[in-house]
Design a protein around this ligand. Structure first.
Ligand code: SER
Length: 596
Protein backbone atom coordinates (compact mmCIF):
# COMPACT_ATOMS: atom_id res chain seq x y z
CA UNK A 1 0.00 0.00 0.00
CA UNK A 2 1.54 3.27 -1.14
CA UNK A 3 1.99 5.94 1.52
CA UNK A 4 -0.26 8.25 -0.49
CA UNK A 5 -2.99 5.72 -0.17
CA UNK A 6 -2.48 5.29 3.58
CA UNK A 7 -2.68 9.05 4.09
CA UNK A 8 -5.79 9.31 1.91
CA UNK A 9 -7.47 6.36 3.60
CA UNK A 10 -6.87 7.83 7.03
CA UNK A 11 -8.35 11.21 6.16
CA UNK A 12 -11.31 9.67 4.32
CA UNK A 13 -11.98 7.33 7.21
CA UNK A 14 -11.97 10.17 9.72
CA UNK A 15 -14.15 12.24 7.41
CA UNK A 16 -16.65 9.39 7.35
CA UNK A 17 -16.69 9.62 11.15
CA UNK A 18 -17.68 13.25 11.04
CA UNK A 19 -14.24 14.91 11.20
CA UNK A 20 -13.46 18.08 9.36
CA UNK A 21 -10.23 17.59 7.41
CA UNK A 22 -7.89 20.52 8.06
CA UNK A 23 -4.68 21.28 6.18
CA UNK A 24 -1.31 20.74 7.82
CA UNK A 25 -0.16 23.90 9.55
CA UNK A 26 3.21 25.43 8.76
CA UNK A 27 6.32 23.95 10.34
CA UNK A 28 6.81 27.39 11.84
CA UNK A 29 4.09 27.62 14.49
CA UNK A 30 1.96 30.72 14.17
CA UNK A 31 1.75 33.08 17.12
CA UNK A 32 3.77 30.73 19.26
CA UNK A 33 7.31 31.94 19.79
CA UNK A 34 7.71 29.37 22.55
CA UNK A 35 8.59 26.52 20.20
CA UNK A 36 10.94 26.22 17.27
CA UNK A 37 8.96 23.92 15.02
CA UNK A 38 5.64 22.16 14.84
CA UNK A 39 6.30 18.82 16.52
CA UNK A 40 2.81 17.31 16.74
CA UNK A 41 -0.58 17.48 15.09
CA UNK A 42 -2.24 18.95 18.16
CA UNK A 43 -0.08 22.03 18.18
CA UNK A 44 -2.21 24.14 15.87
CA UNK A 45 -5.24 23.26 18.01
CA UNK A 46 -3.63 23.75 21.41
CA UNK A 47 -6.01 26.49 22.51
CA UNK A 48 -9.10 24.44 21.59
CA UNK A 49 -8.53 22.06 24.49
CA UNK A 50 -8.98 24.73 27.11
CA UNK A 51 -11.30 26.95 25.09
CA UNK A 52 -13.36 24.61 22.94
CA UNK A 53 -15.79 27.45 22.28
CA UNK A 54 -13.37 28.99 19.76
CA UNK A 55 -13.16 25.77 17.69
CA UNK A 56 -15.53 25.77 14.72
CA UNK A 57 -15.55 21.98 14.69
CA UNK A 58 -15.46 19.58 17.56
CA UNK A 59 -13.90 16.86 15.35
CA UNK A 60 -10.87 17.53 13.18
CA UNK A 61 -8.34 15.29 11.42
CA UNK A 62 -5.06 16.17 9.75
CA UNK A 63 -1.92 14.89 8.20
CA UNK A 64 0.62 17.21 9.81
CA UNK A 65 4.21 17.90 8.79
CA UNK A 66 6.44 17.82 11.86
CA UNK A 67 10.08 18.47 12.67
CA UNK A 68 11.69 17.16 15.83
CA UNK A 69 15.35 17.73 16.44
CA UNK A 70 15.78 16.15 19.85
CA UNK A 71 16.64 12.81 18.28
CA UNK A 72 19.01 14.18 15.67
CA UNK A 73 21.80 11.89 16.87
CA UNK A 74 19.59 8.84 16.43
CA UNK A 75 18.79 9.62 12.81
CA UNK A 76 20.18 6.89 10.63
CA UNK A 77 18.85 3.96 12.65
CA UNK A 78 15.64 2.31 11.53
CA UNK A 79 13.00 4.58 13.09
CA UNK A 80 14.26 8.05 13.97
CA UNK A 81 13.69 11.00 11.69
CA UNK A 82 13.82 14.77 12.00
CA UNK A 83 11.01 15.29 9.48
CA UNK A 84 7.93 13.14 9.64
CA UNK A 85 4.21 13.26 9.05
CA UNK A 86 1.70 12.70 11.79
CA UNK A 87 -1.77 11.46 11.04
CA UNK A 88 -4.12 12.61 13.78
CA UNK A 89 -7.72 12.92 14.84
CA UNK A 90 -8.80 15.43 17.44
CA UNK A 91 -11.85 16.20 19.50
CA UNK A 92 -12.53 19.16 21.77
CA UNK A 93 -14.97 20.15 24.50
CA UNK A 94 -16.22 16.76 25.67
CA UNK A 95 -18.89 16.37 27.02
CA UNK A 96 -20.06 19.97 26.71
CA UNK A 97 -19.60 20.60 23.00
CA UNK A 98 -21.88 19.05 20.45
CA UNK A 99 -20.39 16.18 18.46
CA UNK A 100 -17.35 15.88 20.67
CA UNK A 101 -16.17 12.43 21.69
CA UNK A 102 -13.76 10.87 24.12
CA UNK A 103 -12.21 7.50 24.92
CA UNK A 104 -14.87 5.13 23.55
CA UNK A 105 -14.96 6.50 20.02
CA UNK A 106 -11.20 7.12 19.90
CA UNK A 107 -10.42 3.50 20.69
CA UNK A 108 -13.14 2.19 18.38
CA UNK A 109 -12.00 4.35 15.47
CA UNK A 110 -8.38 3.34 15.91
CA UNK A 111 -9.19 -0.35 16.01
CA UNK A 112 -11.56 -0.13 13.04
CA UNK A 113 -9.07 1.82 10.97
CA UNK A 114 -6.16 -0.49 11.63
CA UNK A 115 -8.00 -3.79 11.25
CA UNK A 116 -10.70 -3.03 8.71
CA UNK A 117 -9.44 -0.15 6.58
CA UNK A 118 -5.81 -1.22 6.55
CA UNK A 119 -6.54 -4.89 7.13
CA UNK A 120 -3.80 -5.42 9.70
CA UNK A 121 -4.04 -8.87 11.25
CA UNK A 122 -5.51 -8.50 14.75
CA UNK A 123 -3.01 -10.86 16.28
CA UNK A 124 -0.24 -8.39 15.47
CA UNK A 125 -1.77 -5.56 17.50
CA UNK A 126 -1.47 -4.92 21.19
CA UNK A 127 -2.33 -1.87 23.28
CA UNK A 128 -0.94 -0.14 26.36
CA UNK A 129 -2.78 2.05 28.87
CA UNK A 130 -1.92 4.21 31.90
CA UNK A 131 -1.68 2.23 35.13
CA UNK A 132 -1.70 5.28 37.43
CA UNK A 133 1.36 7.02 38.86
CA UNK A 134 2.57 10.31 40.33
CA UNK A 135 -0.76 11.11 41.93
CA UNK A 136 -2.72 10.59 38.73
CA UNK A 137 -5.17 7.66 38.93
CA UNK A 138 -5.24 4.60 36.70
CA UNK A 139 -7.14 5.04 33.45
CA UNK A 140 -9.71 2.35 34.23
CA UNK A 141 -12.11 3.59 31.61
CA UNK A 142 -9.65 2.89 28.80
CA UNK A 143 -8.78 -0.48 30.30
CA UNK A 144 -12.45 -1.51 30.31
CA UNK A 145 -12.89 -0.29 26.74
CA UNK A 146 -9.81 -2.14 25.55
CA UNK A 147 -11.09 -5.31 27.20
CA UNK A 148 -14.18 -5.22 25.00
CA UNK A 149 -12.11 -5.37 21.80
CA UNK A 150 -12.25 -8.81 20.33
CA UNK A 151 -8.99 -10.11 18.99
CA UNK A 152 -6.63 -7.58 20.59
CA UNK A 153 -3.49 -9.53 21.35
CA UNK A 154 -2.64 -8.03 24.72
CA UNK A 155 -3.27 -5.07 27.03
CA UNK A 156 -0.22 -3.80 28.89
CA UNK A 157 -0.31 -1.38 31.85
CA UNK A 158 2.43 1.26 31.75
CA UNK A 159 3.53 4.22 33.85
CA UNK A 160 3.77 7.97 33.53
CA UNK A 161 6.88 7.93 31.40
CA UNK A 162 5.27 5.86 28.64
CA UNK A 163 1.56 6.44 28.84
CA UNK A 164 0.98 10.01 29.91
CA UNK A 165 1.32 12.94 27.56
CA UNK A 166 1.65 16.57 28.52
CA UNK A 167 3.22 19.72 27.19
CA UNK A 168 4.35 20.36 30.76
CA UNK A 169 3.70 24.09 30.59
CA UNK A 170 1.34 26.05 32.81
CA UNK A 171 -2.28 25.78 31.72
CA UNK A 172 -1.62 23.19 29.04
CA UNK A 173 -3.68 20.06 28.43
CA UNK A 174 -2.41 16.60 29.31
CA UNK A 175 -3.65 13.15 30.12
CA UNK A 176 -3.28 9.39 29.97
CA UNK A 177 -2.73 7.67 26.67
CA UNK A 178 -3.64 4.46 24.95
CA UNK A 179 -1.03 3.33 22.50
CA UNK A 180 -1.43 0.81 19.75
CA UNK A 181 1.53 -1.29 18.72
CA UNK A 182 1.93 -3.44 15.65
CA UNK A 183 4.69 -6.06 15.83
CA UNK A 184 6.20 -4.29 18.86
CA UNK A 185 6.40 -0.97 17.02
CA UNK A 186 4.50 1.94 18.51
CA UNK A 187 2.12 3.11 15.86
CA UNK A 188 -0.62 5.23 17.33
CA UNK A 189 -0.57 7.43 20.37
CA UNK A 190 -4.07 8.35 21.60
CA UNK A 191 -3.95 11.07 24.22
CA UNK A 192 -6.94 11.74 26.43
CA UNK A 193 -6.58 15.28 27.62
CA UNK A 194 -8.64 15.14 30.76
CA UNK A 195 -6.27 17.21 32.91
CA UNK A 196 -4.86 20.70 32.93
CA UNK A 197 -1.36 21.29 34.24
CA UNK A 198 -1.66 24.03 36.85
CA UNK A 199 0.65 25.02 39.71
CA UNK A 200 2.72 21.92 39.18
CA UNK A 201 -0.30 19.59 39.38
CA UNK A 202 -2.63 17.83 36.98
CA UNK A 203 -6.12 19.08 37.74
CA UNK A 204 -9.23 17.54 36.17
CA UNK A 205 -10.30 19.56 33.16
CA UNK A 206 -13.82 20.79 32.65
CA UNK A 207 -13.53 20.13 28.94
CA UNK A 208 -11.85 16.93 27.87
CA UNK A 209 -10.16 16.46 24.57
CA UNK A 210 -8.69 13.84 22.28
CA UNK A 211 -5.34 14.17 20.53
CA UNK A 212 -4.05 11.25 18.53
CA UNK A 213 -0.90 10.93 16.52
CA UNK A 214 0.25 8.19 14.19
CA UNK A 215 3.57 8.36 12.39
CA UNK A 216 2.96 7.90 8.69
CA UNK A 217 6.49 6.68 8.01
CA UNK A 218 6.25 3.91 10.61
CA UNK A 219 2.83 2.87 9.40
CA UNK A 220 4.10 2.78 5.81
CA UNK A 221 7.01 0.60 6.95
CA UNK A 222 4.54 -1.96 8.28
CA UNK A 223 2.05 -1.72 5.45
CA UNK A 224 4.83 -2.11 2.89
CA UNK A 225 6.38 -5.03 4.73
CA UNK A 226 9.72 -3.27 5.21
CA UNK A 227 12.28 -3.34 7.97
CA UNK A 228 12.75 0.37 8.35
CA UNK A 229 11.40 3.74 7.29
CA UNK A 230 14.12 4.29 4.71
CA UNK A 231 12.90 1.34 2.66
CA UNK A 232 9.43 2.81 2.21
CA UNK A 233 8.28 4.78 -0.80
CA UNK A 234 8.68 7.95 1.27
CA UNK A 235 12.43 7.43 1.04
CA UNK A 236 13.52 4.99 -1.65
CA UNK A 237 13.69 7.51 -4.53
CA UNK A 238 15.84 9.79 -2.33
CA UNK A 239 18.12 6.97 -1.21
CA UNK A 240 18.53 5.77 -4.80
CA UNK A 241 19.51 9.24 -5.92
CA UNK A 242 22.17 9.52 -3.21
CA UNK A 243 23.56 6.09 -4.09
CA UNK A 244 23.68 7.05 -7.72
CA UNK A 245 25.66 10.18 -7.01
CA UNK A 246 28.04 8.57 -4.52
CA UNK A 247 31.52 7.90 -5.76
CA UNK A 248 32.68 6.13 -2.63
CA UNK A 249 30.92 3.40 -0.78
CA UNK A 250 29.89 4.38 2.69
CA UNK A 251 28.02 3.43 5.79
CA UNK A 252 24.27 2.93 5.34
CA UNK A 253 23.52 5.35 8.18
CA UNK A 254 25.31 8.17 6.36
CA UNK A 255 23.10 7.82 3.31
CA UNK A 256 20.05 7.86 5.56
CA UNK A 257 21.20 10.95 7.41
CA UNK A 258 21.58 12.82 4.14
CA UNK A 259 18.11 11.71 3.01
CA UNK A 260 16.44 12.71 6.25
CA UNK A 261 18.23 16.04 6.62
CA UNK A 262 17.69 17.24 3.08
CA UNK A 263 14.05 16.26 3.29
CA UNK A 264 13.62 18.25 6.50
CA UNK A 265 15.52 21.19 4.99
CA UNK A 266 13.29 21.27 1.91
CA UNK A 267 10.17 21.56 4.06
CA UNK A 268 11.68 24.06 6.46
CA UNK A 269 12.83 26.37 3.66
CA UNK A 270 9.42 26.09 1.98
CA UNK A 271 7.90 27.41 5.22
CA UNK A 272 10.03 30.53 5.08
CA UNK A 273 13.14 29.79 7.13
CA UNK A 274 16.62 30.54 5.77
CA UNK A 275 19.93 29.32 7.17
CA UNK A 276 21.33 31.57 9.89
CA UNK A 277 23.10 31.43 13.24
CA UNK A 278 20.06 31.66 15.47
CA UNK A 279 16.83 29.86 16.24
CA UNK A 280 15.18 28.01 13.39
CA UNK A 281 17.75 29.23 10.92
CA UNK A 282 20.44 27.61 13.00
CA UNK A 283 18.67 24.27 13.03
CA UNK A 284 18.28 24.48 9.26
CA UNK A 285 21.94 25.37 8.87
CA UNK A 286 22.92 22.39 10.99
CA UNK A 287 20.75 20.03 8.97
CA UNK A 288 22.13 21.19 5.63
CA UNK A 289 25.72 21.25 6.81
CA UNK A 290 25.47 17.85 8.37
CA UNK A 291 24.08 16.46 5.12
CA UNK A 292 26.86 18.13 3.15
CA UNK A 293 29.49 16.68 5.39
CA UNK A 294 28.13 13.16 5.11
CA UNK A 295 27.92 13.74 1.36
CA UNK A 296 31.59 14.53 1.41
CA UNK A 297 32.30 11.18 3.05
CA UNK A 298 30.51 9.53 0.13
CA UNK A 299 32.51 11.56 -2.33
CA UNK A 300 29.63 13.78 -3.43
CA UNK A 301 29.79 17.53 -3.67
CA UNK A 302 27.22 20.12 -4.72
CA UNK A 303 24.41 17.68 -4.56
CA UNK A 304 21.77 19.01 -2.15
CA UNK A 305 19.50 20.44 -4.87
CA UNK A 306 19.56 17.14 -6.72
CA UNK A 307 18.39 15.34 -3.61
CA UNK A 308 15.82 18.07 -2.99
CA UNK A 309 14.35 17.33 -6.45
CA UNK A 310 13.56 13.77 -5.36
CA UNK A 311 11.98 15.03 -2.15
CA UNK A 312 9.77 17.46 -4.05
CA UNK A 313 8.76 14.70 -6.47
CA UNK A 314 7.50 12.50 -3.62
CA UNK A 315 5.50 15.16 -1.78
CA UNK A 316 4.50 17.78 -4.38
CA UNK A 317 0.84 16.75 -4.58
CA UNK A 318 0.28 16.60 -0.85
CA UNK A 319 2.29 19.68 0.10
CA UNK A 320 2.18 22.00 -2.94
CA UNK A 321 4.17 24.67 -1.09
CA UNK A 322 7.38 22.75 -1.70
CA UNK A 323 6.80 22.75 -5.45
CA UNK A 324 5.84 26.41 -5.44
CA UNK A 325 9.04 27.30 -3.60
CA UNK A 326 11.26 25.02 -5.63
CA UNK A 327 13.60 27.73 -6.88
CA UNK A 328 13.98 29.24 -3.46
CA UNK A 329 14.73 25.83 -1.97
CA UNK A 330 17.40 25.09 -4.57
CA UNK A 331 18.82 28.58 -4.13
CA UNK A 332 19.12 28.41 -0.35
CA UNK A 333 20.52 24.90 -0.37
CA UNK A 334 23.06 25.78 -3.04
CA UNK A 335 24.18 28.94 -1.27
CA UNK A 336 24.61 27.19 2.05
CA UNK A 337 26.44 24.30 0.49
CA UNK A 338 28.87 26.58 -1.24
CA UNK A 339 29.47 28.65 1.87
CA UNK A 340 30.04 25.58 3.93
CA UNK A 341 32.23 23.80 1.42
CA UNK A 342 34.75 26.63 1.51
CA UNK A 343 35.02 26.84 5.24
CA UNK A 344 34.80 23.17 5.96
CA UNK A 345 38.25 22.45 4.72
CA UNK A 346 39.77 25.19 6.81
CA UNK A 347 37.88 24.12 9.90
CA UNK A 348 38.97 20.55 9.54
CA UNK A 349 42.60 21.67 9.48
CA UNK A 350 42.02 23.53 12.73
CA UNK A 351 40.48 20.54 14.45
CA UNK A 352 43.25 18.24 13.36
CA UNK A 353 45.66 20.54 15.17
CA UNK A 354 44.17 19.33 18.43
CA UNK A 355 46.04 16.07 18.24
CA UNK A 356 46.19 14.92 21.89
CA UNK A 357 49.45 14.49 23.71
CA UNK A 358 50.23 11.83 26.24
CA UNK A 359 50.95 13.27 29.67
CA UNK A 360 53.56 11.06 31.32
CA UNK A 361 52.74 12.34 34.79
CA UNK A 362 49.00 11.69 34.75
CA UNK A 363 49.01 8.83 32.30
CA UNK A 364 46.25 10.58 30.38
CA UNK A 365 45.87 11.97 26.94
CA UNK A 366 45.47 15.72 26.87
CA UNK A 367 43.58 17.44 24.15
CA UNK A 368 44.45 21.05 24.90
CA UNK A 369 41.02 22.07 23.73
CA UNK A 370 37.90 23.56 25.27
CA UNK A 371 34.41 24.63 24.33
CA UNK A 372 35.51 28.21 23.68
CA UNK A 373 38.05 27.03 21.10
CA UNK A 374 35.41 24.87 19.45
CA UNK A 375 33.07 27.83 19.42
CA UNK A 376 35.74 29.95 17.76
CA UNK A 377 36.14 27.31 15.09
CA UNK A 378 32.41 27.30 14.63
CA UNK A 379 32.27 31.09 14.39
CA UNK A 380 35.20 31.34 12.04
CA UNK A 381 34.77 28.28 9.87
CA UNK A 382 31.11 27.36 10.35
CA UNK A 383 32.27 24.03 11.67
CA UNK A 384 29.39 22.94 13.93
CA UNK A 385 30.01 21.52 17.37
CA UNK A 386 28.75 18.04 16.56
CA UNK A 387 31.08 17.77 13.60
CA UNK A 388 34.00 18.91 15.69
CA UNK A 389 33.12 16.30 18.28
CA UNK A 390 32.91 13.64 15.61
CA UNK A 391 36.36 14.60 14.37
CA UNK A 392 37.69 14.52 17.92
CA UNK A 393 36.08 11.11 18.35
CA UNK A 394 38.04 9.90 15.36
CA UNK A 395 41.26 11.38 16.65
CA UNK A 396 40.57 9.79 20.02
CA UNK A 397 39.90 6.35 18.52
CA UNK A 398 43.20 6.52 16.71
CA UNK A 399 45.01 7.08 19.97
CA UNK A 400 43.06 4.44 21.78
CA UNK A 401 44.58 1.71 19.65
CA UNK A 402 47.80 1.44 21.60
CA UNK A 403 46.23 1.68 25.06
CA UNK A 404 46.13 -1.44 27.22
CA UNK A 405 42.66 -2.83 27.75
CA UNK A 406 42.72 -2.13 31.50
CA UNK A 407 43.00 1.59 30.95
CA UNK A 408 40.68 1.89 28.04
CA UNK A 409 37.49 2.07 30.06
CA UNK A 410 38.81 4.80 32.34
CA UNK A 411 40.16 6.70 29.45
CA UNK A 412 36.91 6.51 27.55
CA UNK A 413 35.00 7.74 30.59
CA UNK A 414 37.36 10.63 30.96
CA UNK A 415 37.05 11.50 27.29
CA UNK A 416 33.24 11.46 27.47
CA UNK A 417 33.34 13.76 30.49
CA UNK A 418 35.68 16.10 28.68
CA UNK A 419 33.29 16.21 25.76
CA UNK A 420 30.38 17.07 28.05
CA UNK A 421 32.42 19.94 29.41
CA UNK A 422 33.28 21.20 25.94
CA UNK A 423 29.65 21.00 24.92
CA UNK A 424 28.54 23.09 27.89
CA UNK A 425 31.24 25.64 27.33
CA UNK A 426 30.29 25.81 23.68
CA UNK A 427 26.62 26.36 24.53
CA UNK A 428 27.53 29.14 26.91
CA UNK A 429 29.56 30.87 24.24
CA UNK A 430 26.76 30.39 21.75
CA UNK A 431 24.27 32.01 24.08
CA UNK A 432 26.49 35.00 24.51
CA UNK A 433 26.58 35.49 20.80
CA UNK A 434 22.91 35.24 20.10
CA UNK A 435 22.14 38.63 18.77
CA UNK A 436 18.53 38.07 17.89
CA UNK A 437 15.85 39.26 20.24
CA UNK A 438 16.29 37.54 23.54
CA UNK A 439 12.64 36.77 23.81
CA UNK A 440 12.40 35.03 20.48
CA UNK A 441 15.48 32.92 20.60
CA UNK A 442 16.44 32.30 24.19
CA UNK A 443 13.74 29.82 25.08
CA UNK A 444 14.02 28.13 21.74
CA UNK A 445 17.61 27.22 22.18
CA UNK A 446 16.74 25.16 25.13
CA UNK A 447 14.54 23.31 22.71
CA UNK A 448 11.73 23.54 25.19
CA UNK A 449 8.87 25.81 25.85
CA UNK A 450 10.49 28.25 28.22
CA UNK A 451 9.07 31.70 28.22
CA UNK A 452 12.03 34.01 28.28
CA UNK A 453 9.92 36.89 29.60
CA UNK A 454 9.36 34.75 32.62
CA UNK A 455 13.07 33.94 32.87
CA UNK A 456 13.85 37.64 32.98
CA UNK A 457 11.24 38.15 35.70
CA UNK A 458 12.87 35.42 37.75
CA UNK A 459 16.31 36.94 37.32
CA UNK A 460 14.98 40.34 38.34
CA UNK A 461 13.69 38.85 41.54
CA UNK A 462 16.90 36.91 42.09
CA UNK A 463 18.83 40.18 41.79
CA UNK A 464 16.99 41.51 44.84
CA UNK A 465 17.89 38.40 46.80
CA UNK A 466 21.49 38.72 45.66
CA UNK A 467 21.78 42.32 46.78
CA UNK A 468 20.32 41.53 50.20
CA UNK A 469 22.60 38.52 50.58
CA UNK A 470 25.67 40.54 49.60
CA UNK A 471 24.82 43.12 52.24
CA UNK A 472 24.45 40.40 54.80
CA UNK A 473 27.80 38.82 53.97
CA UNK A 474 29.93 41.86 53.04
CA UNK A 475 28.27 44.71 54.89
CA UNK A 476 25.89 47.60 54.42
CA UNK A 477 28.32 49.50 52.20
CA UNK A 478 27.16 47.30 49.35
CA UNK A 479 24.84 49.24 47.07
CA UNK A 480 23.74 48.68 43.54
CA UNK A 481 25.82 50.38 40.87
CA UNK A 482 24.27 48.80 37.83
CA UNK A 483 22.26 45.86 36.64
CA UNK A 484 21.63 44.13 33.37
CA UNK A 485 19.36 41.18 32.82
CA UNK A 486 18.93 38.92 29.82
CA UNK A 487 16.81 35.82 29.55
CA UNK A 488 19.82 33.72 30.55
CA UNK A 489 21.66 35.54 33.31
CA UNK A 490 21.77 38.49 35.60
CA UNK A 491 24.64 40.90 35.89
CA UNK A 492 24.90 42.98 39.04
CA UNK A 493 27.41 45.71 39.78
CA UNK A 494 27.91 46.84 43.35
CA UNK A 495 30.22 48.86 45.54
CA UNK A 496 32.84 46.80 47.32
CA UNK A 497 36.60 47.44 47.51
CA UNK A 498 38.01 43.95 46.94
CA UNK A 499 37.62 40.63 45.26
CA UNK A 500 35.21 38.26 46.97
CA UNK A 501 36.76 35.17 48.50
CA UNK A 502 35.45 31.75 47.52
CA UNK A 503 33.93 31.47 50.96
CA UNK A 504 32.07 34.74 50.62
CA UNK A 505 30.70 33.74 47.24
CA UNK A 506 29.59 30.40 48.62
CA UNK A 507 27.91 32.06 51.57
CA UNK A 508 26.03 34.47 49.29
CA UNK A 509 24.85 31.56 47.13
CA UNK A 510 23.74 29.65 50.19
CA UNK A 511 21.71 32.54 51.52
CA UNK A 512 19.98 33.15 48.20
CA UNK A 513 19.18 29.46 47.79
CA UNK A 514 17.88 29.30 51.32
CA UNK A 515 15.53 32.20 50.62
CA UNK A 516 14.38 30.42 47.47
CA UNK A 517 13.64 27.31 49.48
CA UNK A 518 11.64 29.32 52.00
CA UNK A 519 9.32 30.23 49.12
CA UNK A 520 8.90 33.81 50.30
CA UNK A 521 6.10 35.88 48.80
CA UNK A 522 7.12 38.75 46.52
CA UNK A 523 4.82 41.67 47.25
CA UNK A 524 4.57 44.88 45.26
CA UNK A 525 3.34 48.18 46.72
CA UNK A 526 3.16 51.63 45.16
CA UNK A 527 4.27 54.60 47.20
CA UNK A 528 6.11 57.92 47.01
CA UNK A 529 9.91 57.98 46.92
CA UNK A 530 9.94 59.57 50.36
CA UNK A 531 7.80 56.84 51.81
CA UNK A 532 9.97 54.21 50.19
CA UNK A 533 13.10 55.74 51.72
CA UNK A 534 11.43 55.90 55.08
CA UNK A 535 10.53 52.27 54.94
CA UNK A 536 14.14 51.44 54.25
CA UNK A 537 13.68 50.34 50.65
CA UNK A 538 16.91 50.12 48.69
CA UNK A 539 17.09 52.00 45.46
CA UNK A 540 19.48 53.83 43.22
CA UNK A 541 18.41 57.19 44.57
CA UNK A 542 20.33 59.28 42.12
CA UNK A 543 18.12 57.83 39.41
CA UNK A 544 15.08 59.83 38.44
CA UNK A 545 12.03 58.13 39.82
CA UNK A 546 8.49 59.22 39.05
CA UNK A 547 6.06 60.48 41.71
CA UNK A 548 5.13 56.96 42.62
CA UNK A 549 7.51 54.06 42.75
CA UNK A 550 7.00 50.34 43.01
CA UNK A 551 8.51 48.76 46.08
CA UNK A 552 9.03 45.03 46.08
CA UNK A 553 9.29 43.20 49.37
CA UNK A 554 10.50 39.65 49.57
CA UNK A 555 9.35 38.42 52.95
CA UNK A 556 11.33 40.40 55.55
CA UNK A 557 14.53 39.74 53.68
CA UNK A 558 14.53 42.41 51.01
CA UNK A 559 12.80 45.67 50.18
CA UNK A 560 13.73 47.42 47.00
CA UNK A 561 12.45 49.98 44.54
CA UNK A 562 12.24 48.41 41.12
CA UNK A 563 10.47 48.82 37.82
CA UNK A 564 11.24 45.41 36.46
CA UNK A 565 8.97 42.41 36.06
CA UNK A 566 8.80 39.98 38.98
CA UNK A 567 7.46 36.61 39.95
CA UNK A 568 5.06 35.85 42.79
CA UNK A 569 7.14 33.81 45.19
CA UNK A 570 10.78 32.84 45.45
CA UNK A 571 10.05 29.12 45.21
CA UNK A 572 9.75 29.55 41.44
CA UNK A 573 13.39 30.50 41.09
CA UNK A 574 15.07 27.10 41.02
CA UNK A 575 18.75 27.03 41.94
CA UNK A 576 20.89 30.15 42.11
CA UNK A 577 24.54 30.09 41.13
CA UNK A 578 27.27 32.69 40.83
CA UNK A 579 29.11 32.14 37.57
CA UNK A 580 31.60 34.96 37.77
CA UNK A 581 32.86 37.64 40.11
CA UNK A 582 35.18 40.27 38.72
CA UNK A 583 36.17 43.91 38.90
CA UNK A 584 33.97 46.26 36.96
CA UNK A 585 35.82 49.49 37.73
CA UNK A 586 37.65 50.95 40.73
CA UNK A 587 35.74 50.05 43.90
CA UNK A 588 33.00 48.32 41.94
CA UNK A 589 32.60 44.56 41.58
CA UNK A 590 30.51 42.68 39.05
CA UNK A 591 28.69 39.39 39.55
CA UNK A 592 27.14 37.25 36.87
CA UNK A 593 24.64 34.67 38.02
CA UNK A 594 22.23 32.18 36.60
CA UNK A 595 19.20 30.24 37.76
CA UNK A 596 19.30 26.59 36.83
N1 SER B 1 0.58 14.76 20.92
C1 SER B 1 0.80 13.35 20.89
C2 SER B 1 2.17 13.01 20.32
O1 SER B 1 2.87 13.89 19.89
C3 SER B 1 -0.25 12.66 20.08
O2 SER B 1 -0.49 13.34 18.90
O3 SER B 1 2.54 11.89 20.34
Amino acid sequence: MASKEIRRKFLEFMESKGHKIAPSSSLVPENDPSVLFTTAGMQQFKQYYLNPGVAKNSRIATSQKCVRTVDIDEVGDSTHLTFFEMLGNFSFGYPNKENSYFKKETIEYAWEFLTEELGVDRTRIYATYFKGEKGVPEDKESLELLKTIKGLKEIKPQGFEDNFWSLGTENSPGGPTVEFYIDEIEIWNCVFNEYVFRNGKYEPAENKGVDTGMGLERLATIMQGKDNVYETDLFTPIIKKIELLATKSGVVANVRIIADHIKASVFIIADGVVPSNVGRGYVLRRLIRRAVRYGKLLGIVFFTSKIAESVIEIYKDVYPEIKKNKEKIFGELGKEEEKFGKTLEKGLQEIIKFEPKFNEATGFLEFGINGQALFDIYQTYGFPLEMSLEELDKIYSKHEIGIPADFKEDLKKWFEEEKEKWKNQFQEELKKHQKLSKTASAGMFKGGLADSGEEAAKLHTATHLLQAALREVLGEHVTQKGSNITAERLRFDFSHPEKLTDEQKKKVEEIVNEKIKENLPVVCEEMSVEEAKEKGALGVFDEKYGDKVKVYSIGDFSKEICGGPHIKSTGELGHFEIKKEEASSAGIRRIKSVLE
